[in-house]
Design a binder for this molecule. Structure first.
Ligand SMILES: NC(=O)c1ccc[n+]([C@@H]2O[C@H](COP(=O)([O-])OP(=O)(O)OC[C@H]3O[C@@H](n4cnc5c(N)ncnc54)[C@H](OP(=O)(O)O)[C@@H]3O)[C@@H](O)[C@H]2O)c1
Length: 218
């Protein structure tokens, strides 16, 4: 059965791959975009205007869908110091809209920093993580806590990418993990965007991580 999927961030790095993967599997995708000129409609793809910070507008767009995936990220042109608050504002609207729209199935593409790097040490606190992304990473970690602890009634799944997510081959071979960073035998935590999208659409089709976070890497 085709799934009627609403996809926010459908023009972004990860959202583009999720959109392509979902369409290739025959699902009906509604891409929610800031500017409709960014994407052309095609068979099984509708393109509708929506703003990640506008909860009420999103409610109207989401209604009637079977599932909602957000691969949104704040505009890269905005100052980095604003990003933590922009993440909080947008995700209040996104989660609020999911709740009000009645679309219970919600998959959020989040961040790597809240995974465990080692026992008792989060990735965000690992020596190699650096400080540039600390603010946004902590905001993403907070958003995961909202999903875990608040009374929103959503069948949510939070997907943490690995440390490195980049253009590359669609192999279909990868490993899933829960709250621990997944690394290969060289210690690298990485995946191609195309393989990430396979895992996201697999989860959409066959929910295996309801009200949980999972991660994916080679
Ligand atoms: N290792 C990691 O932790 C890691 C690495 C990569 C990504 N991620 C996470 O993955 C998610 C997606 O990242 P990405 O790299 O794919 O992002 P991206 O390429 O920057 O794409 C962001 C998407 O959000 C859209 N957008 C921006 N502002 C919007 C607004 N006001 N209303 C509606 N849409 C808006 C953009 O649309 P336009 O086309 O209009 O700009 C674009 O489609 C983020 O949560 C990010 O934190 C995590």
């Amino acid at each position: 059965m085709p799934i009627k999927l609403a996809l926010l961030g459908a023009t972004g790095n990860l959202g583009t791959e999720i959109r392509k993967e979902a369409l290739a599997r025959g699902h009906q995708v509604t891409a929610i975009v800031r500017s409709q000129s960014r994407l052309a409609a095609q068979a099984n793809l509708s393109v509708v205007a929506g703003d990640a910070y506008d909860e009420t507008g999103l409610v109207g767009v989401l209604r009637g869908h079977d599932a909602f995936i957000s691969a949104f990220s704040p505009d890269r042109a905005e100052p980095i110091e604003d990003k933590p608050n922009r993440l909080r504002q947008s995700h209040r609207a996104i989660i609020g809209a999911a709740k009000r729209s009645g679309v219970k199935r919600f998959i959020l593409v989040g961040g790597v920093g809240s995974l465990w790097y080692a026992p008792g040490v989060l990735v965000v606190d690992a020596p190699e993580y650096g400080h540039a992304n600390r603010g946004p990473t902590l905001a993403n970690k907070e958003i995961l806590e909202w999903l875990k602890t608040e009374d929103h009634g959503l069948d949510w799944t939070y997907i943490s990418p690995p440390r490195i997510i980049e253009a590359g081959e669609r192999t279909g071979h990868f490993r899933l993990g829960l709250d621990d960073l997944v690394r290969d035998d060289k210690g690298l935590s990485r995946i191609s965007r195309a393989d990430f999208a396979i895992a996201a659409v697999d989860e959409l089709e066959n929910p295996a991580h309801l009200r949980k976070r999972f991660t994916i890497a080679y």
